[in-house]
Design a protein around this ligand. Structure first.
Ligand code: ZN
Length: 486
């Protein structure tokens, strides 16, 4: 037999089996006949019975009746507790043979459905009012099969769809928030060593970050892509693009700085590097306080935000996530890709699929300088050194990530527009420049836009509560375990 024939005969056998299972010719209709021959079917010789047709209504099986009565009782009990979903399940099991309970069960089932509708409609309306239109739709879609064509539900669903399909112009302020790599184990970060104070000021913990996301979402913020906010025309002029979002939502930009997972931090409760998990999704490799290395999605901003958007799709417009500010001096994302490392090529190959996965999933990359040198912080860096730094970044980082127009200045410094160093950055293609500040603010300057970003970390949560107030309520976020700031 050829291979083709073999496959064909297997398919035929499977098809016949399926047919037999579905058709079940051996499965004759159930007929309870405890009285034996008295109600036996008429023989072929008899005329067809007109009035006394042998009954097909089975005599109820006492077992079935007992079970049915139990289901009914359980349904009644749960309905009294307003556990509509559960009660519904029990009423649906009441047997049609159970004439004592069946009609009443159907009546109470209708009561359950009305209760379910009331609860779900209220939840869907609450989502709608928070401008969580996808969430609203999904609540309605879950309950519609039980209440097909219900006018209240379909009307609300149509309104939500309408909001999603017809985004409106937004021209209010746009906040840009940023974080450093998250603290996974505060007990290791705040252990009193020389680094503790810096972590306490400039870092955010995983649980704080999650609480921040909850609040931003609750307030109707929606992540957008910074490339959807600013553009540059043929003459090199930068302009703000039109932002259109579902009515009632507010755009938000997010970035993460210094994502290198430097060696000096190992043992201080941060992730060691980004990895791909078994599903090919970006996760973190983390060392627990017990010294065990685990792969978790809870180890830094990127996988946590990816998961949050997955479960709250309203939080992101067009799957936008944020910009990852990369340095080069210790490589990127926990891989030692700098040419100082003899194994840099191997590391580069290892990090490439992770970069590709991030870029494919709504993340952008920003140049955050190769060196993150102190000479930036006091603005003493020379033009020559800036050129070397930028070329090195493009060689060691840009060759992996692709080029980017986003430059996140180290230490949040701002070069003035006429500064030759700024002119150099613009001529190298960087026209979206991000610094650090306290406002939702940007200036379109000579060939570039300079945008302030607000860090949400220990320092700002202590000293800039007012600046953060439009974004979060610090009291609902701040981890009391943090030591007091010095
Ligand atoms: Zn930095």
């Amino acid at each position: 037999m050829t291979k083709g024939l073999k496959i064909a005969s297997i398919i035929a056998t499977v098809a016949i089996l399926f047919f037999l299972i579905l058709y079940r010719p051996y499965d004759v209709p159930y007929r309870d006949n405890p009285a034996g021959s008295e109600t036996a079917a008429p023989s072929y010789g008899d005329p067809p019975a007109q009035t006394a047709e042998p009954t097909l209504t089975p005599t109820p099986d006492p077992q079935v009746l007992k079970k049915s009565a139990e289901c009914f009782e359980e349904g009644v009990r749960l309905l009294e507790l307003k556990e509509y979903e559960q009660a519904k399940g029990w009423f649906l099991q009441v047997s049609e043979q159970d004439t004592e309970h069946y009609d009443k069960a159907m009546e109470l089932l209708a009561e359950c459905l009305a209760g379910i509708k009331e609860i779900r409609l209220e939840a869907a309306r609450a989502s709608f009012d928070k401008a969580h239109y996808r969430e609203c739709l999904s609540i309605v879609e879950q309950v519609l099969p039980d209440l097909p064509g219900d006018p209240d539900l379909t009307d609300l669903a149509n309104q939500a769809r309408n909001r999603l399909d017809n985004p409106v112009l937004y021209d209010g302020p746009v906040y840009h928030i940023f974080f450093h790599s998250l603290i996974v184990y505060p007990e290791l970060s705040f252990d009193g060593d020389s680094m503790s104070d810096g972590y306490n000021k400039w870092m955010t913990t995983v649980s704080e970050f999650k609480a921040i996301l909850d609040q931003l979402y609750d307030r109707g913020y929606v992540l957008i892509d910074i490339m959807d906010m600013f553009g540059r025309d043929g003459s090199g002029k930068v302009y703000r693009k039109e932002i259109r979002l579902p009515e009632g939502t507010k755009p938000l930009l997010l970035s993460v700085d210094n994502v290198s997972y430097e060696e000096y931090r190992s043992g201080d409760g941060f992730a060691k590097r980004l990895v791909l998990d078994d599903n090919g999704e970006v996760a973190t490799l983390v060392r627990t306080p017990e010294g065990e290395e685990i792969i978790t999605r809870d180890g830094d901003v990127m996988p946590i935000l990816d998961d949050f958007v997955k479960s709250h799709p309203d939080f992101s417009w067009n799957n936008a996530k944020g910009a990852i500010g990369l340095n080069g001096y210790e490589g990127i994302l926990g891989y030692r890709t700098n040419r100082k490392n003899p194994d840099w090529e191997k590391e580069k190959n290892a990090v490439q699929p992770i970069v590709d996965a991030l870029l494919a999933n709504g993340w952008r990359v920003a140049n955050h300088s190769w060196s993150h040198s102190r000479s930036f912080s006091d603005m003493s860096i020379t033009l020559d050194d800036l050129i070397k730094d930028t070329e090195r970044w493009e060689d060691e980082v840009g060759s992996i990530t692709g080029s980017t127009p986003i430059y996140i200045t180290p230490f949040g410094i701002e070069f003035r527009p006429g500064d030759p160093r700024m002119r150099y950055l613009v001529s190298s293609g960087y026209y979206i420049v991000c610094s650090v500040g306290n406002r939702a603010h940007y200036d379109i300057l000579d060939g570039f836009v300079l945008m302030e970003r607000i860090n949400i970390d220990g320092y700002k949560m202590n000293y800039a509560r007012k600046a953060l107030a439009p974004l979060i309520d610090v009291d609902k976020v701040y981890v009391p375990r943090r030591p007091p700031l010095e």
